[in-house]
Every structure is written in structure tokens, then in C-alpha cells.
Design a protein around this ligand. Structure first.
Ligand code: AVJ
Length: 320
């Protein structure tokens, strides 16, 4: 986009911010305005997400941790001795530590776009697991990447917790699973956390909590546009909305413009009608049969599935 290039140069944006700028202007010029959920996670957004995971209404994190703790022995029994665990989109190390404490593995490879963050996390792991080789890889895990050469001879186990898969469109999810299979290789396994379909009365409050933290998290992307792109968005003129789209099996988050308004971002004018929304996130929910079908069409075999007693969340072991 010529305009973006011109404005980006005029505003002296670094390459990452230029990509953000182009995505924002592109997303906000569509008939259904949209922004990618990956832009939630600047420093402020990452902190708000940690707050979300502690909310009483947000069941996924604590439920998945419960499953991992209760089933650590059974999961560990599936992991071959001397394995290398490759975590896709590694954030906090709380979840991987449960597996590492239950089972001795040779190597741990956290893969994340934020190299600084995983390098810092790797320090703590090396201290607490002195025999563990930690090889952080700074990469966008949704694109093909190379595993460190030291892993060549080791059996590989992928780890993809948190229902991060839920942010992918169904065809993107299939593409990711197939590509993970290619990266990990024949005979590999994948331990993956997947959020389940459930009653709307539990689902919607998890994305529209009474303390308003998710609203802040959603609205923060507008603050980020103002901060990084010098936008003039009036944040209080937008409101957080979470709805369950039953036909598509997904929670949708939107930002609703409370009035007709024009905003200016990097010299571009963007018009909003009263009630018009920016679609900011999809969080797909699966049934066990739909997840099994997805795994199978991506070249994996579903070996085992675990859920909590209330059937809120699931963890699966897949084999390539
Ligand atoms: C990080 C994508 C798993 O979909 O539950 C939480 C993000 N958005 N509350 C989710 C999120 C609003 C979260 N994932």
C-alpha cells in the first residue's frame, strides 16, 4: 500500500510498526472492519491477558492446569525417554514445568516470536532443571521454521497448550497442525489443549467478565493504535462486545462504535457508523468429534483425550 509506505516514512516507523500500520489500515478499510488478535499483546495487553487468566469467569487456564496436574503421570507415560519437547508459542513456563517435573526429558525448545521473553524464561528453567538442554527459537510458529540441529536424533513431542489453536480459522488450524507434523517429523507426538463447546451462559461471561478486564484488553488495541501509530481514536466512544456465534462454534469479540465518527490514523480518514463494529477476535470452540476430525485431516492420529470433570476443556495426545 503506497499510502502506508509514504505515511510510515513520514512518521519514521520501525519495520515491525510499519507492518502493524499496514494491517490496521487494511483491516479498518474492509466492509466488516477487523483487527488481528495478535495485536492485543503489547506490554499492556500481555499484562491484561495474565489478569484475564486469573478471573473467576475465565475457566480455560485453571481448568487446563488442573487437567495437566491430574494427568501428568499419564501424559508423561506417553513421552519417550530422551525426548525433546517443542512448545509452539511459549509464554509463561507454568504449564511446561508440570510436564518437566513429571518426566525427565533431554531438551526443551520454546518457540516464540518474542525472542527476549523466551530467552529470559529459558534462564529460569536452566536453573531449576540443570540437566535440561534449553534451545529457545525466536520464530513465528505459524510459519515453517527449522529445529535446532542438536535435536536431530531425539524423539520429538510438540506442546501447544492454552487453546491457542482457537484463534485460528478452521482451515488455518488444519494448516498449522499439518505444518507442526512436518516440523516435528514422522513418529512425533503433539500434546495440545483445546477449549470445548459449552453453554453460552458459561462461555460468554468468560469473554465479558464483571470486572471489565476483558473489555480493557479488547479496548487496549485502540490505545495501542494511538500510541504506536499516532491515531486519534477516542477510546471511550467504543464499547467491548462478546457474542457466541453458535453456527460457527466461536466466541467473537468486537469493538462497537457508540456513535457516528471519523478517526484519523497515519493521514487516513476512517468513518464509523453508530453501532458499526471492529471484529477483533475469534475464539473457536471444539467438540471432541470435530477436534478428532481436524487432527485426522491434518495427518495426526488422536491417541488419548483428557477432560476435566465438568467437560469444560480438553487436552489431547496426537501421534504422527
Ligand atoms: C489466548 C486465544 C486462548 O481465546 O480464550 C482471552 C484469548 N481473548 N480472552 C482465548 C482471549 C479474550 C484466549 N487465547
Amino acid at each position: 500500500n503506497m499510502h502506508v509506505a509514504v505515511h510510515a516514512r513520514a512518521h519514521q516507523l520501525d519495520p515491525q510498526t510499519q507492518i502493524f500500520a499496514a494491517d490496521v489500515l487494511d483491516g479498518l478499510s474492509q466492509p466488516q472492519k477487523s483487527l488481528s488478535p495478535k495485536y492485543f499483546y503489547d506490554d499492556a495487553g500481555s499484562e491484561l491477558f495474565v489478569e484475564i487468566t486469573k478471573l473467576p469467569e475465565y475457566y480455560p487456564t485453571r481448568t487446563e492446569l488442573g487437567i495437566l496436574r491430574d494427568r501428568a503421570g499419564e501424559i508423561a507415560a506417553l513421552i519417550p525417554p530422551n525426548a525433546a519437547i517443542v512448545e509452539f508459542g511459549a509464554g509463561a513456563t507454568t504449564k511446561i514445568r508440570i510436564l518437566l517435573a513429571a518426566h525427565k526429558v533431554a531438551a526443551y525448545v520454546p518457540v516464540d516470536i518474542s525472542g527476549d521473553f523466551i530467552t529470559a524464561q529459558a534462564e529460569g528453567l536452566r536453573r531449576d532443571f540443570p540437566d535440561l538442554a534449553v534451545y529457545p527459537v525466536a520464530a513465528d510458529f505459524t510459519e515453517p521454521f527449522e529445529l535446532p540441529g542438536a535435536l536431530r536424533e531425539l524423539p520429538k513431542v510438540g506442546f501447544f497448550p492454552g487453546s491457542t489453536l482457537g484463534n485460528f480459522e478452521p482451515q488455518e488450524a488444519a494448516h498449522f497442525l499439518a505444518s507442526a507434523r512436518g516440523i516435528l517429523g514422522q513418529g512425533a507426538q503433539l500434546i495440545i489443549g483445546v477449549d470445548l463447546e459449552k453453554d453460552e451462559r458459561l462461555l460468554v461471561p468468560a469473554y465479558d467478565d464483571s470486572a471489565g478486564v476483558t473489555a480493557k484488553f479488547n479496548l487496549n488495541v485502540l490505545e495501542r493504535i494511538n500510541r504506536e501509530l499516532g491515531g486519534d481514536l477516542e477510546v471511550p466512544s467504543f464499547r467491548h462486545r462478546a457474542i457466541y456465534n453458535r453456527d460457527q462454534h466461536r466466541i467473537e469479540m468486537h469493538l462497537v462504535s457508540l456513535r457516528e465518527q471519523n478517526v484519523r490514523i497515519l493521514g487516513e480518514d476512517i468513518a464509523f457508523r453508530a453501532g458499526e463494529t471492529i471484529h477483533t477476535e475469534n475464539s473457536y470452540k471444539y467438540s471432541l468429534p470435530r477436534f478428532r476430525a481436524l487432527a485426522q485431516e491434518s495427518g495426526w492420529t488422536l491417541k488419548r483425550s483428557w477432560t476435566d470433570a465438568d467437560g469444560l476443556f480438553s487436552v489431547h495426545a496426537l501421534e504422527a
